[in-house]
Design a binder for this molecule. Structure first.
Ligand code: VGL
Ligand code: ZN
Length: 217
């Protein structure tokens, strides 16, 4: 059954999926997304309404394959070819156990049923909360959601053009009704990545909504 957004938060079959609200993706972090921190109050308001909240955390080992510093003579934002395909190289970010990998302290995590860590395999990146960048290794999230009877996801967080977009498309591919709450996301937006991400998401059947559609009284 497909619900209108206003009916979703209190429905047990719907979940809010909060992507990577970590210090390294916020001003002052190593891979800062402009205004990333400003989403915290809005995401908390949304989270307060949903019965189901799931949070992801980018969680890389030191020396991760997605770090430019792991490759000789490579700079952040270069692309390289790996056995699984093209990989954008990033500054070191969200290294397991570091401050930059922590969720923003203002993010209300009390309701979260699951905090899913991804990108933990040293040789495989994972923008998606569902399937790693080799497009094969699964995180287990689809199984968790299905076992709990969840069929509809509202996706928010960072970064809209990478982890949010990949997670939303993989959610569709796994059969979930999928909405991205646009004003509860912020983008890196390099080389047209934001426009491309919306094209890809919309053609995959992801729906674009605004938080006001869910937060009316
Ligand atoms: C992300 C680049 C690298 C994200 C994670 O959360 O969007 N982007 N790792
Ligand atoms: Zn990462």
């Amino acid at each position: 059954m497909t619900l209108r957004p206003a009916e979703a938060p209190s429905n047990d079959a719907c979940a809010l999926l909060v992507i990577d609200m970590q210090y390294d993706f916020m001003p002052g972090g190593t891979l800062a997304v402009a205004e990333g921190h400003s989403l915290v109050p809005l995401i908390n308001r949304l989270g307060a309404r949903f019965h189901n909240v799931i949070i992801t955390q980018d969680w890389h080992p030191a020396g991760h394959v997605s770090f430019a510093s792991s490759h000789a003579e490579r700079q952040p934002f270069d692309s390289i070819h790996l056995p699984y395909g093209t990989q954008t190289l990033w500054p070191e970010h969200c290294v397991q156990g570091t401050h930059g990998a922590q969720l923003h302290e203002g993010l209300d995590v009390t309701k979260a049923r699951l905090i899913l860590r991804k990108g933990c395999n040293i040789g495989i990146d994972s923008y998606s909360a569902f399937v790693e960048a080799d497009r094969h290794t699964r995180t287990g999230l689809a199984g968790y959601l299905k076992e709990r009877g969840i069929d509809t996801l509202y996706v928010v967080g960072l970064a809209l053009d990478f982890c949010v977009a990949w997670s939303a498309q993989d959610a569709r591919a796994a059969g979930f009704n999928t909405f991205v709450i646009e004003d509860a996301c912020r983008a890196i937006d390099m080389n047209g990545s934001l426009d491309q991400a919306w094209q890809d998401m919309l053609s995959a059947g992801v729906q674009r909504v605004e938080s006001s559609e869910l937060l009316h009284d």
